[in-house]
Design a protein around this ligand. Structure first.
Ligand code: ARG
Length: 280
C-alpha cells in the first residue's frame, strides 16, 4: 500500500523590492533580423505591444517595485529591450557595446539616462557585450555570463573588474538562445532555472555543479522564451505561455506571475529583456 506522497518542504521565499529601468515601446517593430526569432515580413501590432508592456510595468508596480523610464528613439525599434543596455551592481554601471550596428546607438542613450538617475560610476566598455542579456547577477555572489552569440568573452574579465564580482563564463550554442537570459533565469541567490541544450557541455557541467537544485525547463517552455523571466526572490514574472515552468516554480515555493508579451517574442524578447535592474 502506498502512502500519500511526501513533498520536501519548500523554503519560505521572500521578495525584495527592486528598481527597474524600462523603455516604452512606442517605436517597437521588427524591421531587421539579428536573431532567428525576427521576421520583418511578419507584422507586429504596435498598440498591442504597448498594452502588453503597460501590463508588465503595472505588474512590477503592483508587486511593490520602483520603475524608472527612458525615452524611446524612433530609429531604435529594439530599444524596449532595456536589459541589453548595461549590467549594474553596487551602483557600478558596466555599459553595453552592441554587436549589431542597428542597436549601437542605444548604449550611449542608456548611459546618459543612468547618469540622470544618479549613477556616477558609469563605464563605457572596450569589448562587445549586451548587458543583462548576457550577464546575470546571482545575488551578491557572482555573475553568470554568456558568450558565443553576442557578448565577446573578453568582456567577461572587463565586467569582473568593473563590477567587483567573480564572473563565470558559459558558452551558448543554440542560435535561438542567443542571450543568456533566453536560456537561464536567476530566481534567487541560490536558485536558477535553465535549459541545458542551450549550453556547451562545459557550461552544462558548471551549472550542474553550482546549482544541483536548479529547475530544468523543457523544450516547449524554452521555445516560448519562458526563461526570460524576472524574479524578486518570490514572484516570478514570466511569459504566460510557459505553463509547465509556472507549475515547476509554484512547486518550489515561488509565485508565478504570468504576463502576455507575445508581440515582443517576435523580436526574440520577453519580460526580462524589457527590464534593466538598477542595483545600488
Ligand atoms: N531583437 C533584440 C536583439 O536581438 C532582442 C533583444 C532581447 N533581449 C534580451 N535581453 N534577450 O538584440
Amino acid at each position: 500500500m502506498t502512502l500519500t506522497a511526501v513533498h520536501t518542504q519548500s523554503p519560505t521565499r521572500t521578495p525584495t523590492r527592486r528598481r527597474y529601468l524600462v523603455c516604452p515601446p512606442r517605436f517597437f517593430t521588427v524591421r531587421y533580423s539579428i536573431n532567428p526569432w525576427m521576421h520583418p515580413e511578419v507584422p507586429t501590432d504596435g498598440e498591442r505591444a504597448l498594452r502588453q508592456w503597460q501590463v508588465l510595468v503595472a505588474t512590477y508596480r503592483r508587486l511593490g517595485h520602483v520603475v524608472e523610464e527612458i525615452e524611446p528613439h524612433p530609429d531604435l525599434p529594439d530599444m524596449v529591450f532595456a536589459a541589453n543596455a548595461a549590467v549594474i551592481f553596487g551602483g557600478r554601471v558596466y555599459g553595453a557595446r552592441f554587436r549589431f550596428p542597428q542597436r549601437v546607438p542605444e548604449a550611449a542613450l542608456y548611459r546618459e539616462r543612468l547618469r540622470e538617475l544618479g549613477f556616477t560610476d558609469v563605464t563605457e566598455p572596450h569589448f562587445v557585450n549586451e548587458g543583462e542579456g548576457d550577464f546575470l547577477v546571482v545575488g551578491s555572489r557572482f555573475v553568470l555570463a554568456g558568450y558565443g552569440m553576442r557578448t565577446d568573452p573578453r568582456a567577461h574579465a572587463e565586467a569582473e573588474a568593473v563590477l567587483g564580482l567573480p564572473v563565470i563564463s558559459l558558452e551558448l550554442v543554440d542560435p535561438r538562445y542567443y542571450h543568456l537570459d533566453t536560456a537561464l533565469a536567476v530566481l534567487d541567490e541560490t536558485t536558477i532555472a535553465y535549459y541545458p541544450p542551450a549550453f556547451s557541455s562545459a557550461g552544462r557541467r558548471i551549472l550542474a555543479e553550482l546549482f544541483p537544485d536548479a529547475l530544468v525547463v523543457d523544450d516547449a517552455d524554452a521555445a516560448v522564451l519562458g526563461l526570460n523571466a524576472v524574479s524578486d526572490g518570490y514572484h516570478v514574472v514570466l511569459p504566460v505561455q510557459a505553463h509547465h515552468f509556472a507549475a515547476q516554480l509554484a512547486d518550489r515555493g515561488f509565485q508565478p506571475v504570468p504576463v502576455d508579451v507575445s508581440e515582443f517574442r517576435k523580436a526574440g524578447g520577453g519580460p526580462k529583456c524589457a527590464t534593466l535592474e538598477l542595483r545600488v
